[in-house]
Design a protein around this ligand. Structure first.
Ligand SMILES: NC(=O)c1ccc[n+]([C@@H]2O[C@H](COP(=O)([O-])OP(=O)(O)OC[C@H]3O[C@@H](n4cnc5c(N)ncnc54)[C@H](OP(=O)(O)O)[C@@H]3O)[C@@H](O)[C@H]2O)c1
Length: 368
């Protein structure tokens, strides 16, 4: 038996924007990682990024980065419309790849990348960092243990207001922007993780003057009878909460659910208490003719009947991007070419769901 590979994975970052900087700051928190190189379209930008983040090598082109013989894995941190080209560039140079969300512009591109990675026997994963946070590990464990019974509903919102700017990536159709692609993808990913591939997808959204959606929503239905209700916005502050509802209780992910540090677990009692049954009898017999002031008492009583949550604290260090990097290192060391926590077929299915809603709201990206 060969010993597991314990050499740290040597990373190269492709692109030097906002999330590339966050990844560079978080990476030292990952035990199995060395930040070796960065690549930019411009040598001076690469050098500036390298100086800021103490990166050993600065490459003035993406080609030079992927052809750096000592880089093991490339983190693709460019806008969504470039993911397909940049992932292919890195795979064709023999590198393992972690690619920012949304994985690609559409399902067809995701399929092509998955085939390419498989043909080259290289690791590839969508950087859906939320999945690797401690709260998400606990959520999956609680669901697998059946703590809330059979899951019937998933609710998730991600609405973050961003000032309308035609030059901003998130407002640009050329760069694959829009609330649904950028933020809605988190809720779609959560629904796919919990419930699998939907049977039907019905969506709607409102396109703003730049041509991308300012807000969107979707209803996913499943063969099991479960449903998922998802929403996204770049024009309003949403609740940013998510809830998984089951036959025996529910798990609430308080805002911001997409980087949660705690879970609230509500379990139903096996049978209603005597007090609860008495209360229901009162509601059934007195409600049709309530005395004055009764509504306030009723709502206070109803609030007391709601089960108290068990608060599970699940903090983590940094922003949390190092945890996905650690998963890449674990998989590569184990000779796995995809992660069981974010498999390629699931990224493809997520892109298909995003595509369906985009088609329904009339959002097509240039060149598609
Ligand atoms: N995980 C998260 O929480 C999170 C947060 C934010 C964004 N993201 C995702 O990360 C990706 C990048 O987002 P970002 O906010 O970091 O973007 P950004 O700040 O605009 O940076 C993108 C970088 O890509 C490179 N690039 C190459 N061609 C480009 C082009 N035509 N236009 C603009 N940039 C180009 C540039 O680097 P060079 O100039 O050095 O070549 C640029 O700095 C997106 O897919 C986004 O959805 C994820």
């Amino acid at each position: 038996m060969t010993a597991p590979n314990t050499t740290p994975l040597r990373w190269g970052i492709l692109g030097t924007g906002t999330i590339a900087g966050v990844f560079a700051r978080d990476l030292p928190l990952s035990a199995g990682a060395t930040l070796l190189a960065v690549g930019s379209r411009s040598a001076s930008t690469a050098e500036g990024f390298a100086a800021t983040h103490k990166v050993q090598r600065a490459h003035g082109s993406y080609e030079d980065l992927v052809n750096d013989g000592e880089v093991d894995a490339v983190y693709v941190a460019t806008p969504a419309h470039l993911h397909a080209d940049h992932v292919a560039l890195a795979l064709n140079a023999g590198k393992h790849v972690l690619c920012e969300k949304p994985f690609t512009l559409n399902g067809a591109q995701a399929r092509d990348l998955a085939s390419l990675a498989r043909s080259k026997n290289l690791f590839l994963m969508e950087a859906m960092w939320t999945r690797f946070l401690p709260a998400m590990h606990r959520l999956r464990a609680l669901l697998a243990e059946g703590v809330i019974g059979d899951v019937l509903q998933v609710h998730a919102d991600l609405g973050l207001p961003v000032a309308l700017d035609p030059k901003a990536r998130i407002y640009s159709p050329e760069l694959g922007g829009g609330s649904w692609m950028d933020l809605g993808t988190y809720g779609v990913s959560l629904a796919h993780m919990v419930l699998g591939v939907p049977e039907s997808v019905q969506g709607a959204g409102h396109l703003v003057e730049t041509g991308v959606d300012g807000h969107a929503a979707a209803l996913l239905t499943y063969a099991s009878g479960a449903v998922a209700l998802l929403s996204s916005s770049i024009q309003s502050a949403g609740t940013q909460e998510a809830t998984i509802v089951g036959t025996r209780g529910r798990i609430h992910l308080p805002a911001p659910w997409w980087c949660p540090v705690e879970l609230h677990l509500y379990r139903l009692k096996d049978k209603p208490s005597l007090r609860g049954r008495l209360g229901l009898a009162v509601v059934a017999h007195v409600l049709p003719r309530p005395p004055a002031g009764w509504a306030g008492s009723l709502s206070r009583w109803m609030a007391r009947q709601t089960p108290r949550p068990q608060r599970l604290r699940l903090p983590f260090s940094g922003i949390g991007l190092h945890l996905e990097a650690s998963e890449v290192a674990r998989c590569v060391a184990a000779g796995e070419t995809q992660s069981p926590l974010m498999p390629l077929d699931e990224s493809i299915a997520i892109m298909d769901t995003l595509d369906t809603v985009r088609a329904q709201m009339g959002l097509e990206f240039p060149g598609e």
